[in-house]
Design a protein around this ligand. Structure first.
Ligand SMILES: Nc1ncnc2c1ncn2[C@@H]1O[C@H](COP(=O)(O)OP(=O)(O)OP(=O)(O)O)[C@@H](O)[C@H]1O
Ligand SMILES: [Mg+2]
Length: 238
């Protein structure tokens, strides 16, 4: 029985590798086609400086996209070992929000509401958590960049079964939420509904949160919009 189980795991693993490889191949093909198309055109054009400079911009942007894809993929496929230190989760979220508000992804049409329990000391990896929060903020803001509300909350969540409490992070936006049929797929690598998305943001987030001993779930809020909930082990001291 044990042997069969092990064999099954191997085959499942291979199937997953196959799916991932297919995903990477698919993602790489579009920018490559666009790069070779642009170079083809550059070759045929003599002189028109404005047009050739536009083509070269396309090539640079597509190379950048490939680079980002490879970075994201490695982050997913080979997550770094967690580096645990004592941190204040609410402070870490405030810092990440500050960074995000100064990034090109922020829009002044977004209204930010925060409900941060302070202090919220936990023992975790701050760099990995920042990456998770960033990916979630990015998704939320892509949903509502034409205007809407972004709500970020933290609190201590007592466990129902008398076990240790959790530190909770919730990120909610006032966008369209997830179509029900997509909910089972959104954490799968390369699942995307965006034209220029790679579908790795949530897969990376889940990989990291699982690795930190937590859980991440997605749902539609009863009053509309997407809501992501992360639970992390709450132990203020090791
Ligand atoms: N806040 C949200 N509201 C509505 N749909 C969302 C939200 N966040 C994620 N999704 C859905 O889940 C899909 C997967 O999200 P994920 O972050 O993994 O990939 P992506 O945003 O499409 O691409 P990437 O993050 O790699 O640029 C999205 O394409 C979108 O359909
Ligand atoms: Mg994303």
């Amino acid at each position: 029985m044990k042997k069969i189980e092990e064999e099954m795991k191997k085959v499942e693993g291979l199937a997953l590798v196959g799916e991932l490889a297919a995903g990477v191949a698919h993602e790489i093909r579009n920018p490559l086609a666009s790069i070779s198309g642009s170079i083809e055109m550059l070759k045929e054009m003599n002189g028109n400086k404005e047009f050739s400079s536009r083509l070269m911009d396309i090539i640079i942007a597509e190379v950048e996209r490939l680079n980002q894809l490879v970075n994201d993929f490695l982050l997913f496929a080979r997550p770094k070992r967690a580096n645990y230190v004592e941190i204040d989760l609410s402070e870490l979220i405030s810092e990440t929000l500050e960074l995000f508000k100064n990034s090109p992804y922020w829009s002044h049409k977004i209204e930010l509401k925060t409900h941060l329990a302070a202090p919220l000391p936990i023992y975790s990896d701050p760099e990995q958590l920042k990456q998770v929060i960033w990916n979630l903020l990015l998704n939320a803001c892509q949903e509502i960049d034409g205007g809407g509300t972004l709500e970020v909350s933290t609190r201590i969540e007592e466990a129902m079964d008398n076990s240790v409490p959790n530190a909770l992070i919730q990120i909610r936006d006032s966008g369209n939420g997830f179509p029900e049929e997509n909910l089972p797929k959104i954490f799968t690598p390369f699942f995307t509904t965006k034209e220029d998305g790679s579908g790795l943001g949530l897969a990376i987030a889940k990989r990291i949160v699982d690795g930190l001993g937590g859980s991440i779930t997605a749902e539609n809020h009863p009053q509309g919009g997407a809501m992501i909930t992360i639970l992390l082990p709450y132990h203020p001291h090791q």
